[in-house]
Design a protein around this ligand. Sequence first.
Ligand code: 6MZ
Length: 357
Amino acid sequence: MSSVAVAGPAKDALDALSPAQVDFIKRLPKAELHAHLNGSIPLHVLRSLALEYSEKAHGLNSATVSSSAIESGIQALQAGVNLDTIHSFFDLFPAIYALTSTPETVARTARAVLEDFLDGPEPQCAYLELRSTPRAVPSSGMTRLAYVETVLDEVERYPPERAALIVSLDRRMSDAEAAECVAVAKKLKAEGRRVVGVDLCGSPLAGDMAMFKKHFETAREAGLGITLHIAETPDNTREDTLELLSFKPNRLGHATFLDDETIHAVVQADTCIELCLSSNILARRCKTVPSLDAHHIRHYLKHNHRIAICTDDALPFRTNLVAEYALLLAPRPLGLGLSEAEVARIAEMGMGGRFTA
Ligand code: 6MZ
């Protein structure tokens, strides 16, 4: 199973289960629908990339981020992320990006992430819809198209019923960058490559959402599924949320701070919500969710609304999909104290949320 060291609330929940209960979770067919590639790289892979990077930096001195910045980034990841604000969380990525700035290193990390979720005698899940933001790195000659093709080459080593790719757009992107990402997704889908959807992610308060609408319309017309990070922090405005809902998404990520009216709209539209329990609990300062007990999952369960349990960024949140399911099954207060039948039903809902379902 996963090589990510599990810690924090998910570990406590896992430890509260009997071996038979852990086995029950492992055997459930589960879908991981919300995992960011660069937030899911096993630490040992980042470490080996960092060692190679330092050698290169000291020899050829071609580095754009200092090796000490990378080392401190890795140390922070290793210690676990004590998120002061969800915004500071995004500072973790420059060090990771410096280590994965060529097609070769992107391929290596994508392969490691896919293996972590899907391989071995006890895979974390039956199906993975991995997501990633196309990155152009002029210094290495990597284009956005080459980035996505590289990740797809790795995804397509698995059969279609096991793995697919979602192309993420970052809220900080310009109009032209967003257009390029959607064009890449559309072109590759038309060529029969396994791009199944587009996502909107990135720092939750950045960007003008009205600008993105036409790009998501283009994606929908091309037959791509739409998922959007929405209402992730209390500072997201109602206008932002309403604008995003007007894109008519098939799924939503987090959806933590919806008000009564927008929750109603989401329930009416039967939009599947991707819920990342550890991620939400650990985003402390903005208290996206003060405790598991107060998590908005309760609302969706009460209304029997479609949800998918996901990891988000397994590396900084030090979790895996089995541990996230442990948070459902473990007795309160460590978990939600759901029955095995309820947990099996949630796993089924996750499988039903696949863009390929
Ligand atoms: C919003 C997130 C995120 O795309 O380079 N990302 N965006 N909310 C979150 N919840 C905590 N976690 C990760 O993976 C890393 C990128 O995913 C987005 C961020 O934009 C981050 O830079 P990729 O593979």
